[in-house]
Design a protein around this ligand. Sequence first.
Ligand code: ATR
Length: 280
Amino acid sequence: MILTGKAAVAGVMGWPVTHSKSPRLHGFWLEKYGIDGTYIPMEVTPDNFAKAVHGMQAAGMRGCNVTVPHKEKALKIADDASARAHKIGAANTLVFKEDGSIYADNTDGFGFMENLKAGAPDWDLKAGPAVVLGAGGAARAVLVALAEAGCPEIRLTNRTKERAINLADELDHTIHVVDWNEREESLAGCNLLTNTTTLGMTGQHLLEIDIFDMPKTALVSDIVYAPLMTNLLEKAHVHGCSVVDGLGMLLHQARPGFKEWFGTDPEVDAKLREFVLAED
Ligand code: ATR
């Protein structure tokens, strides 16, 4: 795509940033919709983060995605932020407004929910309890999204129980913390099981969990997407549950930023999935 002088410019800041799939996925959409714009990777050290953001803004760019380790700073640097970014305490999307202000959003929970809706359109989040494995940054976004969407009961379990207790205390929804050793019992009668830990990821330990007692009507999702079919999803599929892999969360979380910077709500489809995966 040859740019004009009016081209919209956005990108992703991370440290490191070379592993990021965002340039490829935004590039796919820019090409698909024939948009006069570009999206670039920016390797920015923590010390340079504020300078880099203000520099982008001063240069007339539209905004950026922000990834590790800048997500908390991104929220602090903004003049205004969405309620979900405040609740999560971190932002992954910055928008430079025409009035000169910086707006921060966190779209991870949106990506999580949209992925469930797209992958299991007939499944109803309000039909029963959700079990969330893990209490890191990803869990926080998932918990906020589940609470906002009206999940009737949330059971949270993490290897380090204290982290789960602290997280549950911080969020205003009622969250029942379950001992990691009792994670299997917590599956009784559940309607959703989500893994937000790094277990099952290529190069990490497998997630050890017996799902024998989980209802077959439960939906099982993983935020890990390498491999696409994690050992948890394989097991759940064999058990008879519907499963949703983690790639869709990554793709859907990118939509709000793209819409703000480039003016189109882009579609997540099979071609995009194939294109993003083909890189590996
Ligand atoms: P992120 O911000 O991406 O969620 P994180 O904050 O490092 O990443 O969280 C990783 C999650 O995976 C945590 O819930 C972690 O459990 P602890 O809080 O006990 O560290 C979980 N995790 C990582 N390795 C694990 C393992 N071997 N067994 C159980 N849980 C593990």
